[in-house]
Design a protein. Structure first.
Lengths: 427, 326
């Protein structure tokens, strides 16, 4: 079979690749995507440079001496909060700070006072909405100060107050033991798996569509009749898929390469822009040659499977405008895989994920996820890969039949039954 | 050493596109495939090329089934022209040559040679879309022959060409014939067929109505054509007596001559003798076979050009689309 496919499939692929890479649209889109990739990679540096990650500054004012103690306590708690992004300080002139809050120099002014009933009262003057992190943090801290104050007034030994506020033993037990630790959800591995799913999805949808459009173009321009005299449908199909896939891969390499370059340059750029050294904030963790090889194989196999069928569907269109409609089912399958993959990100070792990761249409999404996030046995990878390759071979066979029947059909769009008949009756 | 199409039948759903079609074409000869569009010419060609498969019947080249013959054997110029518009002339031609296994260097030399011959050497590195329709057609012809096929199959190769290009293409045909190729082409221009073809087949509604050597086909009409003019006679009215001769009928009264049909069995020369005996000063006396146009009309019932126009658009749809309309 291979002997019958080359060198014509290669000739077709080279033509397809050259024409696509040479086109202005391809070059402009690739450049734009690469710039977006670099921009995203350098985003953290930009955020620092523009000061979006400056901490909120809160002024705390206690009028009476008694309230001053409470204000001190509030400042201590606010500054001790983790991840709050708050900086609190005691100030003396409430009116000046009020003006500062209004002008935006300060994010909030807390006025601590003791009411007639002896309870502490807190007033937060701020432009932030009631649900902002600042309001939440000040509210929490104020509660602690107020409770400690009440305890003291009730006669509790101040040394015991600390014990009362000691952290509670609290633990979450998930129903599904395979579920990923929520803390890990935002970790680098999770990001890597997400990126792989998105890259796969984009490849299937975008580059698959390229193949379908290209086939429909050849049919519409009537070059097809010459092509099928010169080469077999299988040679044409495989060449098309390889050529468009190669062009797509080129675009990927450029864009992903630019983004990775941006990540590597993050440190030096930060140093240059901010004048301070800060290491890359995103470690490319869990990325190793073995993983890349497996991901690459499934990427190519998955693209081959989808693109072959895209080509077959493209061959049934008479005009390019019809391609979008005809390829609808393929997009549906691609989206189904995409959603399955996104659900699987949180439960990579669930039974249904294991089962689906053997199915050709889904394995290109799910095997990389399980490899990065879950536990997958080498034999599972092997079986999934073999099934995927078998799937590609079957798709090529079916597609070649649809193609050889489809490319000569002009006029109205053939229905499913008509295509089936054409596939059955050997041209 | 021939291409033999033997009782080929092809159905598209309910419609019978070809019904027991047989003909054969020889190397070193040019063969004409005549018929209105939709008659089955394109379908016949596609079956020979193994783009379509016949329901029954066989196609053989030198005794081998066409499905077994290497693709290199065939050169094809489809009726619907199509090339890659974004590529240059040289790129397109090299691409098709490569599909047939022709090395790039060999192809380049051949392409330059043919472009020279077709008087468009400057178009070598132009994009196909910049060329006129006629020039694109010449490029497509080159694409069909670069791999030096044994059989050249061309669907309406002359349609849309201006007289100069028609002449260039005819010369190319004759050269290919000289190289011992079998040429098959379809057309509705009967003069071209008369000029180039040795034998023909006329297909009507999927059936062969006439086939054979052009001379034999004409003879089979059972008549000859005589054109007669005489000096000193006012107009041609004075020659009215010729209709009295048995087996002779007047078919056209020209400006200064008469065209007569003479049935087989009557000696056309007897017309001349009769004229001389009557003292007419004969200035023109011509005996010919009926034209192919007449043959076509006699068998198909309408002129080829008219039939062509009537079917121009639906012809393609009938060949291609009918499977899906049923």
């Amino acid at each position: 079979m291979i002997g019958g496919l080359f060198p014509n499939a290669w000739t077709v692929a080279v033509r397809e690749f050259r024409l696509r890479v040479r086109s202005r649209v391809f070059q402009v889109v690739t450049l734009i995507l690469a710039l977006i990739g670099v921009a995203l990679a350098l985003l953290p540096v930009g955020v620092s440079a523009l000061g979006f990650d400056q901490p909120s500054s809160v002024a705390v004012f206690g009028a009476e001496p008694d309230a001053k103690v409470a204000a001190d306590g509030l400042v201590a708690i606010l500054n001790g909060m983790e991840h709050s992004g708050l900086e609190a300080e005691i100030i003396a002139d409430a009116d000046a700070e009020r003006a500062a809050v209004e002008s935006g120099e300060r994010d909030g002014l807390v006025t601590v006072a003791r009411g007639a009933d002896g309870d502490l009262s807190f007033d937060l003057y701020t432009a932030d909405g009631p649900t902002s992190g600042l309001v939440f943090a000040v509210n929490t801290a104020a509660g602690q100060v107020a409770v400690a104050d009440r305890l003291e007034r009730a006669g509790v030994d101040p040394s015991q107050v600390g014990e009362i506020f000691a952290p509670t033993a609290f633990h979450v037990t998930p129903v599904d033991p395979n579920a990923i630790d929520p803390e890990e959800n935002f970790g680098p591995r999770y990001l890597l798996a997400t990126a792989l799913v998105i890259l796969m999805f984009m490849a299937v949808i975008t580059y698959g569509q390229w193949v379908a459009t290209s086939v429909a173009e050849e049919k519409a321009s009537r070059v097809m009749e010459l092509l099928i005299t010169a080469a077999t449908p299988r040679q044409l199909l495989l060449g098309k898929v390889m050529g468009a896939g190669g062009a797509g891969l080129t675009q990927y390499v450029v864009v992903v390469g630019a983004a990775l370059g941006g990540l590597v340059l993050q440190g030096p750029v930060a140093e240059l822009v901010l004048g301070e050294a800060s290491g890359p904030s995103l470690e490319v963790q869990g990325l190793n040659p073995g993983l890349l090889a497996v991901v690459g194989l499934f990427f190519i196999g998955g693209f081959g499977l989808y693109a072959t069928l895209y080509a077959a569907l493209g061959s049934t269109a008479s005009r390019q405008e019809e391609v979008q409609n005809i390829t609808g089912p393929m997009i549906l399958v691609g989206v189904a895989g995409y959603f399955a993959a996104f659900t699987a990100l949180n439960v990579p070792d669930a039974e249904w994920v294991r089962a689906l990761s053997f199915v050709p249409f889904f394995s290109p999404y799910l095997v990389p996820i399980r490899l990065v996030l879950g536990q997958i046995q080498p034999w599972e990878i092997g079986v999934a890969l073999i099934l995927l390759l078998v799937g590609v071979a079957v798709a090529l066979w079916v597609a070649a039949r649809i193609y050889s029947a489809g490319v000569l059909l002009y006029g109205q769009r053939p229905g499913v039954r008509a295509v089936w008949r054409a596939v059955r009756v050997n041209r | 050493m021939t291409l033999v199409v033997d009782t080929v039948t092809k159905r598209f759903g309910e419609i019978v596109a070809l019904d027991g079609v047989s003909f054969s074409a020889e190397p070193g000869r040019i063969f004409g495939l005549l018929g209105a569009n939709g008659a089955g010419k394109t379908t016949s060609m596609r079956i020979v090329l193994d783009i379509l498969r016949a329901d029954s019947g066989t196609v053989t080249w030198q005794g081998r089934a066409n499905t077994e013959v290497p693709r290199k054997t065939w050169g094809y110029l489809p009726e619907e022209r199509g090339l890659y518009m974004q590529m240059t002339v040289m790129e397109v031609l090299r691409f098709f040559a490569a599909l047939y296994g022709v090395p790039a260097r060999e192809a380049t030399a051949d392409v330059e040679d043919w472009l020279e011959r077709f008087r468009i050497p400057d178009y070598r590195d132009r994009k196909v879309q910049e060329l006129s329709k006629g020039n694109q057609q010449k490029i497509q012809f080159i694409a069909a022959i670069l791999h030096d096929p044994d059989v050249l199959i061309m669907d309406e190769p002359f349609s849309g060409l201006d007289p100069v290009n028609v002449q260039l293409l005819k010369e190319a045909f004759l050269e290919m014939r000289g190289r011992g190729k079998a040429l098959i082409f379809s057309t509705h221009q009967m003069e071209t067929v008369e000029e180039l073809c040795e034998s023909i087949v006329i297909i009507d509604r999927g059936r062969v109505v006439v086939a054979g050597h052009v001379r034999d086909v004409k003879r089979a009409m059972g008549r000859q054509v005589v054109r007669l003019a005489a000096d000193g006679v006012d107009g041609t009215d004075g020659l009215a007596w010729v209709e009295q001769i048995p087996g002779v009928s007047l078919t056209r009264r020209g400006e200064d001559y008469l065209e007569l049909h003479v049935r087989t069995g009557t000696d056309p020369a007897s017309l001349l003798r009769a004229a001389l005996e009557r003292g007419e000063r004969v200035t023109r006396f011509e005996i010919t076979d009926p034209s192919l146009e007449e043959v076509f009309i006699e068998h198909v019932g309408r002129p080829a050009e008219v039939a062509e126009e009537r079917h121009l658009a639906p012809g393609q749809a009938r060949d291609d689309g009918r499977e899906w309309t049923s």
